[in-house]
Structures are given as C-alpha cells and as structure tokens.
Design a protein around this ligand. Sequence first.
Ligand code: R5P
Length: 273
Amino acid sequence: MDWGMRNRLARMFQPASGNSVMLAVDHGYFMGPTRRLEKPAETIAPLAPYADALALTRGVLRNCVPPTCATPIVLRVSGGVTVLKEDLSDEAITTGIADAARLNACAVALSVFVGAPHEHSSLVNLGTLVDQGEAASIPVLAITAVGKELEKRDARYLALACRVSAELGAHVVKTYYCEDFGKVVEGCPVPLVVAGGPKLDSDRAALELAHHAIADGAKGIDMGRNIWQSDHPVAMLKALRSIVHERATVREALDVLEAERAHPTPPPVRVAV
Ligand code: R5P
C-alpha cells in the first residue's frame, strides 16, 4: 500500500486504538434537510473537533465547513436518487476523484445496494471508484446500504454485502449492527465501521449499539442521527469516543455523557497535517 494511502487511513483510524469515530452528516444527499441537520454548518461546528473524520458531500463541505477545519474528510461521491423514489439503489458516482483530491479528502465513500434492483451498477461503480482511488492513493469506503429494505438487516445479508465490497477492493466497509455481528466481521477482510441508523429511543441504546459493535470486532463507528439528533450531541460524541477508543463500558460511557452535560470541557487542539 502506498504511503499516501496509509497516511490517509492513519489519519482516520487513530494509531493508539486502531479505531475511528466518524461523524456522518451526509444524509441531505438523498433525504434533504433532515431534522437537526437543517443548517449543516451549525450542526457540524461544535462536533467536528471531537470527530476523527467528517463524512459528508462536497456541497456541504465547500459551503458549511471552514477550510481551516483539521478534521479529516470522508467524501461521499455517490448519489443521484432521493427519498421520493421507491427504489433508492439507482446511484452513480456523482463526484470525480480529481475533485476529491482538490478537497484534500482522506477517503471517498459510495453506497452499494446488494440485493436491490441496481445491485449490478452499484457494484461496478465500486470497482471503478477503487481503480480511481488506488491511482490517487485515496481509500474507498463502501457503504452497504439497506435503504428501505430494513428487514435485510441480518447477519447473513450484511456479511454477503460486506464481503463482496471488500472483494471488489473497498479499503473500509460501513455496515449496520445486527445480531451475530461477529459473523459479519469474521467474513470481511477489511476494517468495518458501523452506522447508527434512525434515532434510537435513548442515548443509552445508541451507546449499547456502539459497545456491542466494538466488542464484536468493529474498528469504529460512522454515526449520524444518534449523535446530532440527541439533545446533547457533544456529550454523546465524547461518550462514544470513550467506547471506541478506550473500550469503556456502557456504564462508564454514560458517566462521560453525564459529566460532559454538567461541565462541558473545551475542544482539543488538532494540528492540521
Ligand atoms: C446515509 O445517509 C449515510 O450512509 C449515513 O452516513 C449513514 O447511514 C450513517 O448515519 P446514521 O448513523 O444516521 O445512520
């Protein structure tokens, strides 16, 4: 693996823990102005210092994130369909690798839709993006989308989607947590990170999800709604960091959450690479 590729991965996955806490704020690319992400700049600013990477589109990056931001960028480069359509799988590559390089992206991300009507084109898109990513030393994160077909969120289906993504060359795969998640991890030869999915009933439930995923072998999280739709987003992000990087228990993470709510601490200073 080229130095540039390794360097980009090392910026996202913290060398001390080997894990990553990515903040997903890319929902608008097919969902429009999602609740509590209506004004991306306001949602992102207080959270960015605590994220190991920001997952977003070039439009939000250019318009809502200052170029002085030192948090690594995972650039979503697929799209082309919205929630108004029944079939969400008809995506193409919507941002070129040259623009990803201009934006100093640490990785590019695209969704694959295994089992959906456009499975074939989404997988071919992944192969094309991996070729481009390898040439530019930019890692590719494959997102195993389940779209509206939530019933497919089981280990057999997710293990298939993750393995296929890795076989086609993805450097990192994002998927959902499920029962028997260890089997998904086992079958995937590249690092897996988990999404949170729609907002759960409580902050505790989201912390439990992250805890189970890390315990089962995930290398991190790429979570959105369960952070910025929480009533305490910064505290929630810090609590998640304690699980992902320090292997905190759910009880310990809840203590971090409570302590941060009571006495917020200033953000860390990050040196831009
Ligand atoms: C879909 O919009 C994206 O892939 C999200 O980045 C992903 O679903 C993670 O966000 P959440 O934790 O809100 O599901």
